[in-house]
Design a protein around this ligand. Sequence first.
Ligand SMILES: [Zn+2]
Length: 293
Amino acid sequence: MNPEQRSTISKKFLFIALISIFLITGCSQSNSEKAYLVTAEPVIDVGNEKEMPTMQSVPTAKPMFTPTPTVLPTPTEIPIPTISIGYMGFSGERPTGLVVSECSPLTIYDKDVEGVQEHIDRYDEMCRAAANDGVTFEVRSAFRNYYDQLDYYTSERFGPSVALHPDESMHVAGMATDLTANSRSWTHEIVGCYDEEANYFTYLEEPIAHLAYAEKVRNGEVSGLCEQSVTVVPIKRSMLFGLTPGCTLLKDPEWWGDPEVIECSSGTLKPNGMVREDWHFENADLISAFIAE
Ligand SMILES: [Zn+2]
């Protein structure tokens, strides 16, 4: 063999060797590609599974349709406007647990203004409404424990004509608050009339100060007042918040339209011999009354 032939042979070997390497490498690559594809297949499957939820997101669009029918019944409930008022004796369960007022946390004697949630919720709502009208509530007394109330009841200063026995007191139940006189005209102002027979509430065109209202009734100047009927109750502003002033007994009330009851002066007595308490506000039954136009 001459050197040229050797060179050709060695070139051929080299060529074959290279081809073999490429083939092997190519195979190993194609194997790895296959392996990659194998692992990639589950990924594609997962992708498909992910696409399935995307298909299930079509039901997500269905709820969009569902509210549309629920919107339809709602307008049918709207037409009759009602109002909650309270002026009758509280007959519900007396809940337990005391909370402090957010609107006026301290009494004028720096004690907590406390009551049960059901009372403080109503009180705070009334207190905030008064604040919006520029009237700041001052609390003399709210929740009283049994023995404090017993002290009031047995004391010479107050006694049974002013303080109830603790078993009867709404203060002990955490459902009464005594205010100072500075908010009296706001809480007692006559704002509307409730017809018990028709279960209708109407607002007066203009609220009328309670003392002026009582005076007009006495003088027979009844235009602009509530109808002078025993089934029609003049509603004081505090009653709109479910809190009734201590102007008459709540469980067996006199007629609220009686000028003496409207006036609510401590100079006159309730049927049980106790003074009328224009400072005292307690939970009363909330009546859902229809509002007349
Ligand atoms: Zn009181």
